[in-house]
Design a binder for this molecule. Structure first.
Ligand code: ATP
Ligand code: MG
Length: 516
């Protein structure tokens, strides 16, 4: 009897469950559908959802920028609040980063409003379709205005700042045009830029250095100012001076100061003006675009053009975009001066923000004035031979010395000779195991004295040469004068002889007439 009762109860229970199941699978969705179609559900559901997908559309290799920024924003919050996280060390990042684990959620608070973030994942359906993730944002609809504007703005801005803080500076170089296909059509190749130089290491006049630092910082904070002026947010620097005076080092120091990526353009590897423009279009904001030894690049183009006699001069200024990019027409398709000018301040140059363009050169006088006029190259910085202040910076960096009794000797010598900071640095580099600073200073003093002697000798030789030249010129002038007087005398003699001859012949004629 007991067994039968148990059986009856179990059957009833199973029956109720099956009814409930049926209701759940058929009745409830139908009700939910009805509520949704009629909009009645909105009366009860006060939540709004926004979804941010990991990929752009069906391009599974293009991660959405918004998703990256949101991930960066949620990183520190997940670190503090999430129960499950994913940790990773991204390739170009300085430190470990944490993100929400799949199907995990956290609550963020903004202006007293609670906002729920949830990371959803879709499994991969085929080998061509990777697993996809979505960040979902949920909030009460009465806060729609605040969330859609202020909060999301704040999230993107904050995410950008976190990304910049975490990432390592990149150095990009343009790939040679002919090998573009080998690089998968990529215009730039890049790697982490780990140059340790900062402004602290640069040997130069401290006032000038401070001025440059302030100029750079003012520029980097000038977003609103540039907008007010109606100018694209970019600035050009021309660094000129002899080899080894720190021009390339200055570019690296600028990048380290502002945390900007560096795009190093090898102009001779750029096929034509349109490729130059493409390179520009493919740079990111907040970067330094450096063209080193600009005089050499332009000269090279000039030589190539001169070599081709058939080429008319007017071709030089014409943009060579017009489809003639073939290798056979290589010379025609080189970057021209006008292409470069357009690159710096043509319309395309305004397609990015917060950009610094730097030219370096050893021969500023060789450059076309149009290329370096203010507005294109806003700040001209001369990097010159090492001064005493510069030496002090190097002594501090290389020898940890603020002062020394030998400094006075160096002060007087360094003012008299021209030695580059690169040379001074080389002499200050300890070469013995004991790293004795005095030895280095003595070494530098010897080098400066030798240089002074050498310069003196050169000067003497130059003066001798000049004197010889002058004496030679004098001799030539004297010989010329003598020659002229001799010629004059000869002419006079000839004229006299002619006159006498004429007088004689006219005398004879008169006599003959008289006889007749
Ligand atoms: N002003 C400087 N301050 C500190 N170090 C310097 C300075 N100038 C040169 N050096 C040292 O010399 C090396 C070469 O300098 P850098 O390449 O910056 O010179 P450059 O002016 O770019 O020369 P080039 O015109 O030949 O390209 C640097 O690595 C650095 O060690
Ligand atoms: Mg250089």
């Amino acid at each position: 009897m007991e067994g039968q009762e148990m059986w009856m109860r179990l059957s009833t229970f199973m029956f109720v469950i099956s009814i409930f199941d049926r209701l759940k699978s058929e009745f409830f969705p139908a009700v939910a559908y009805l509520l949704r179609v009629t909009g009645i559900n909105k009366l009860f559901d006060r939540k709004i959802d926004i979804t941010f997908s990991e990929f752009i559309g069906t391009d599974y290799w293009k991660t959405s920028r918004a998703y990256q920024l949101l991930e960066a924003y949620l990183g520190p919050k997940s670190e503090r609040a999430a129960k499950r996280m994913k940790g990773q060390l991204p390739k170009y990042s300085k430190k470990l980063s944490f993100t929400l684990a799949d199907f995990e959620d956290i609550v963020d608070v903004f202006q007293g409003i609670g906002i729920q973030w949830y990371l959803h994942k879709y499994e991969s359906k085929s080998k061509y379709q990777p697993e996809r993730r979505e960040l979902r944002l949920r909030f009460d609809r009465k806060h729609r205005e605040t969330i859609m504007t202020s909060y999301l703005d704040h999230v993107l801005k904050e995410g950008k700042t976190i990304m910049v803080q975490n990432r390592r500076i990149q150095l990009y170089s343009n790939n040679p045009a002919k090998d573009m296909y080998e690089y998968g059509n990529k215009l730039w190749s890049h790697g982490v830029f780990d140059h340790p130089v900062t402004f602290k290491h640069l040997a130069m006049d401290p006032k000038k250095k401070q001025e440059i630092i302030e100029d750079l910082i003012t520029f980097s904070k000038g977003k609103d100012y540039y907008a007010e002026l109606g100018k694209p947010w970019k600035r050009g620097y021309l660094l000129y001076g002899p080899p080894g005076t720190g021009k390339s080092s200055m570019v690296a120091a600028m990048s380290n100061l502002l945390d900007y990526d560096v795009y190093d353009i090898e102009l001779t590897a750029v096929k034509n003006n349109s490729e130059l423009r493409k390179l520009l279009q493919n740079t990111t904001d907040k970067c330094i675009i450096a063209i080193e030894d600009i005089d050499c690049s332009l000269n090279l183009t000039g030589k190539r053009k001169k070599g081709k006699k058939k080429k008319k001069k007017s071709d030089e200024d014409s943009d060579s975009d017009s489809g003639s990019d073939s290798d056979s027409d290589d010379e025609k398709s080189k970057v021209t001066l006008s292409g470069l000018l357009n690159f710096i301040d043509g319309l395309w140059s305004a397609c990015g923000k917060e950009r610094i363009i730097v030219f370096t050169t050893n021969h500023v006088d060789k450059l076309d004035p149009a290329l370096i006029r203010r507005g294109r190259m806003d700040k001209h910085i001369e990097m010159s031979y090492c001064c005493f202040e510069g030496f002090k910076v190097l002594a501090k960096n290389y020898l940890r010395l603020d002062s020394h009794e030998l400094f006075e000797t160096i002060r007087s010598l360094i003012g008299e000779v021209q030695m580059t900071p690169a040379d001074v640095a080389e002499h200050l580099m300890p070469k013995t195991v004991d790293r004795n600073p005095e030895k280095c200073l003595e070494d530098l003093i010897r080098a400066l004295e030798n240089k002074k002697e050498e310069t003196g000798k050169k000067q003497e030789a130059k003066e001798d040469e000049q004197k010889k030249e002058e004496a030679k010129e004098e001799e030539i002038a004297e010989a010329k004068e003598e020659e002229e007087t001799r010629e004059e005398a000869e002419e006079k003699e000839e004229a006299k002889a002619e006159a006498e001859e004429e007088a004689e012949s006219s005398g004879a004629e008169e006599e003959a007439a008289f006889d007749h």
